[in-house]
Design a protein around this ligand. Structure first.
Ligand code: FES
Length: 525
């Protein structure tokens, strides 16, 4: 039985990550009144909550503001590998930013891993933490050669690892590269424990509280959609895409990638370790114990958000791969993840601009948020307590490495400009009458481009497809039933609500009265 069998009762109608379904998290109130704290943290994922945990331990008064539910964003959708092996990166870093900075990046991520392990040990957190070796493998000659270069980079930096000839799967590889003693865990079990400590130590947490802007000054005030104002000496934007950009132009300096994950019960026993292919399409593997049974998480198929093929095909491709390598008995979960990628592939962590030192951001972790998010929290703590931190300059968002950032800057923005114009020029041939139940598409209504989803009961949900961020045209994501923006990765539910920023406002909805004013041919009724 597979996910494509819609009679499989174990699969939710809409994709939900295993991490969230397996845990009951505490519920926090919406903010009701203006408050003053030392530090305002926007975003309830691994970065925001780890920072809050570190700061309450130092006696700092914090408030965490989360637009939706805690741990429901990127952290809730990860594969939860905790590793400094971020696919092929160290050879590239040595070429672009030099050996000592490449080494610093490695150390920041290893320190983050050690911090998580120490925290798990200190509080005896039951979060399925286990040490695992991490492997990259290549199935083609081109990537086998790249792995050799990466292995040399490991040697130059002093990384514990090296080339291997085989991996314990039915995958014919040309080359493999191991990094020893990395780890995996259940991220929400770990962070739920930190949440408990944050609240015990007086930290404030608010859910369903959306930060929309900042009033800058010696103290900074976060303005919320709910009307309450939260003032602090520092504001930390830990909200995946920063909710406030200042003059930092972050929209032009990052792009969003979407990737897919299935959790499957397999016929073959998983041999341990964490794996990622160097070749495209990416395949990433780890094990997880789900309902007492050993399962395999298979991830990959990444593409720029809003620019992929039919999203269900990505899940099918992962299943086909899993079937070939392990034999799949059952796919129990599927979900997708969104990651932000900076121009030079190093996250932006630090002051939002050099002139606004009390507002800080952490974003652009590529696909490695468990270690980079924890490194960000450790850096934030040190910056707020005015302590030295060796990684401050490496991660500073005001850096500018001319090569290759400039080229990437031009490519990113040509891509956005292209999508801004392309969507406006297209006149989709479909109308609502072409839609079956549980189908969505961009359609034409009275000559206008609209987005329509016909739900399982046959009810139509129609939205304006112009993204409320900068105005690109959103595309239908069939796998998740969302509208995804190809420019900076905003995502909206089929009813138009924001699922993921940078957009803050929902897509404009068109209700039935609009549809009733149309001719039956236009509306498809
Ligand atoms: Fe920027 Fe849509 S996310 S235009």
């Amino acid at each position: 039985m597979t996910y494509s069998d819609k009679t499989d009762k174990k699969l939710p109608q809409f994709p939900e990550p295993y991490w969230r379904e397996s845990l009951e998290l505490p519920v926090f109130p919406r903010i009701e009144e203006d408050i003053n704290v030392d530090v305002v943290i926007v975003g309830g994922g691994i970065t925001g909550l780890t920072t809050a945990y570190l700061l309450v331990n130092e006696g700092v008064k914090v408030a965490v503001l989360e637009a939706g539910k805690l741990l429901n964003g990127t952290t809730g959708h990860t594969t939860a590998k905790i590793t400094a092996q971020h696919s092929l990166i160290y050879d590239e870093f040595i070429q672009n930013i030099g050996r000592s900075k490449a080494r610093l990046y490695y150390e920041a991520n290893v320190e983050a891993l050690s911090f998580i392990k120490e925290t798990v040990d200190q509080h005896q957190i039951d979060c399925d933490f286990s040490k695992q070796d991490a492997y990259i493998y290549a199935t083609t000659e081109k990537y086998a050669h790249k792995l050799e270069n990466e292995a040399q980079a490991y040697e130059k930096i002093g990384i514990d690892g090296g080339l291997v000839e085989t991996i314990p799967f039915d995958i014919k590889i040309q080359n493999g590269l191991v990094m020893k003693d990395q780890a995996q865990f259940h991220p929400l079990k770990y962070l739920a424990h930190l949440v408990q400590i944050i609240t015990e130590k007086g930290g404030l947490i608010f859910e369903n509280t959306t930060a929309v802007n900042v009033k800058t000054g010696k103290q900074a005030t976060v303005l919320t959609r709910e009307g309450a104002r939260v003032t602090g000496n520092n504001v930390l934007a830990c909200s995946h895409f920063p909710f406030y950009e200042g003059t930092g132009l972050y929209s032009t300096r990052m792009h969003a990638d979407r990737s897919y994950i299935i959790a499957a019960k397999t016929s073959a026993t998983y041999p341990g370790g964490m794996y990622i292919s160097a070749d495209e399409p990416t395949r990433s593997l780890r094990s997880a114990t789900i309902n007492g049974e050993k399962m395999v998480l298979i991830a990959g198929e990444s593409h720029k958000t809003g620019q992929g093929k039919d999203t269900m095909e990505h899940y099918k491709a992962l299943e086909t791969f899993g079937q070939k390598v392990f034999g799949i008995d059952n796919v129990v979960y599927r979900w997708s993840a969104q990651d932000l990628i900076t121009l030079d592939k190093i996250p932006y962590i630090g002051a939002i601009t050099s002139s606004q030192q009390n507002i800080m951001i952490a974003t652009g972790y590529r696909k490695w948020g468990m270690s980079n998010g924890t490194a960000a929290a450790l850096l934030f703590r040190d910056m707020i307590l005015h302590k030295k931190n060796p990684y401050k300059d490496l991660y500073t968002p005001s850096r500018f490495y001319v090569h290759p950032s400039l080229k990437n800057f031009l490519v990113e923005n040509a891509d956005v400009a292209g999508h801004l114009i392309k969507g406006k020029l297209e006149t989709p041939s479909k109308s609502t009458k072409d839609l079956s139940n549980d189908e969505g598409a961009v359609i034409t209504v009275k000559g206008q481009r609209k987005g329509a989803y016909k739900d399982k009961e046959g009810k139509l949900h129609i939205v304006d497809t112009t993204c409320t961020h900068v105005g690109c045209e959103v595309e239908w994501n069939d796998g998740d039933r969302t509208w995804d923006c190809p420019c900076h990765g905003s995502r909206f539910s089929y009813t138009g609500e924001v699922v993921e920023g940078p957009a803050e406002k929902p897509l404009q909805r068109h209700d039935h009265s609009m549809m009733e004013n149309l001719t039956s041919e236009d509306s498809g009724y």
